[in-house]
Design a protein around this ligand. Structure first.
Ligand SMILES: Cc1cc2nc3c(=O)[nH]c(=O)nc-3n(C[C@H](O)[C@H](O)[C@H](O)COP(=O)(O)OP(=O)(O)OC[C@H]3O[C@@H](n4cnc5c(N)ncnc54)[C@H](O)[C@@H]3O)c2cc1C
Length: 264
């Protein structure tokens, strides 16, 4: 089984601030971490490899410092990594990110069986990259997976997918793209041996000229979306509590209040 895990390095979200003048994220000095949901994707990939054999390959697109996140994945037990890093990839929206990742996977890991992603990243939070990547690769996708069984001989997977009402069980042929939620497993911590061996594992850095893709679809050039403004929501004022011992009287007071406010 060849399992690709797409991971993203993200800012530690609790510490991100917006510059009030430029309206951009202040990333300087903000620690970066591996996107938390991606840890569940890696853990599942390692479990599939432990059960069925094969290889776990990490793929990320990001600046040079994203190598820290790659090292964590290698320390957890992944076999090798591909790091897409080039100024030509900068400014990518989700469509261009997905296009670049899809092109790299098709070109450098054409024999993959499963692609695992986190369901969403804690910074962009769109959950769009995996589904767009599946479209670029013309691949079946199962999102929000909380349990998965892989059958390499039957060339299929059976996945339990979370929905608003409960969950649904979906069977798909391989290859397939899955996105992980936190109910999927309990990610392992890297061992000391894992941390020491991570630096000796292969990380291949790929630039724009190495890729077969249309350069007009990379980075800012390939990004149809534009961030017009970014702002922190205004703090809400205090709420009004309307309460009477008699529920009917409470309801009347609420209606009166809504009338006065011009809501109804
Ligand atoms: C106009 C525009 C310009 C932008 N410019 C920049 C910029 O200059 N620099 C910048 O850092 N961001 C930029 N972004 C944000 C960038 O598009 C997103 O960070 C990126 O596409 C991922 O989207 P997301 O965070 O919503 O991920 P989601 O779709 O929520 O992520 C889900 C999963 O997809 C996978 N995934 C997501 N991103 C990657 C990745 N890069 N590599 C591998 N796997 C991944 C992971 O498995 C992740 O768990 C820009 C966005 C827009 C709209």
């Amino acid at each position: 089984m060849i399992i690709v895990v797409c991971i993203k390095q993200v800012p530690e979200i609790t510490e991100v601030k917006v510059d009030p003048k430029t309206k951009t994220l202040m990333r300087e000095g903000v620690p970066s971490i591996l996107n938390p949901l991606d840890e569940f994707a890696i853990e599942e990939a390692l479990r599939i490899r432990e059960k069925h054999g094969g290889e776990v390959i990490i793929v990320t697109m990001g600046p040079p410092q994203a190598n820290e996140a790659i090292l964590k994945c290698l320390a957890m037990g992944a076999d090798r990594a591909i790091h897409l890093s080039d100024r030509a990839f900068a400014g990518a929206d989700t469509l261009a990110t997905a296009y670049t990742l899809a092109k790299a996977i098709k070109q450098f890991i054409p024999n993959f069986d499963v692609i695992l992603c986190g369901k969403q990243a804690i910074d962009g939070d769109t959950a769009q990259v995996p589904v767009e990547m599946a479209e670029w690769l013309n691949l079946t996708q199962i999102t929000g997976v909380k349990k998965v069984e892989v059958d390499p001989k039957g060339r299929k997977v059976v996945a339990h997918r979370e929905t608003d009402e409960g969950y649904e069980v979906i069977e798909s042929k391989l290859p397939v793209l899955l996105t992980a939620i936190k109910e999927l497993n309990e990610p392992r911590l890297p061992t000391l041996m894992g941390i020491l061996s991570a630096k000796n594992k292969e990380t291949r850095v790929i630039t724009a000229v190495d890729l077969d893709g249309d350069t007009g679809l990379f980075g800012l050039n390939g990004s149809p979306t534009q961030v017009v403004e970014i702002f922190a929501p205004k703090p809400r004022g205090k709420g009004t509590i309307i309460l009477d011992e008699d529920p009917v009287a409470t309801a009347k007071k609420i209606i009166q209040f809504l009338f006065e406010k011009g809501v109804i």
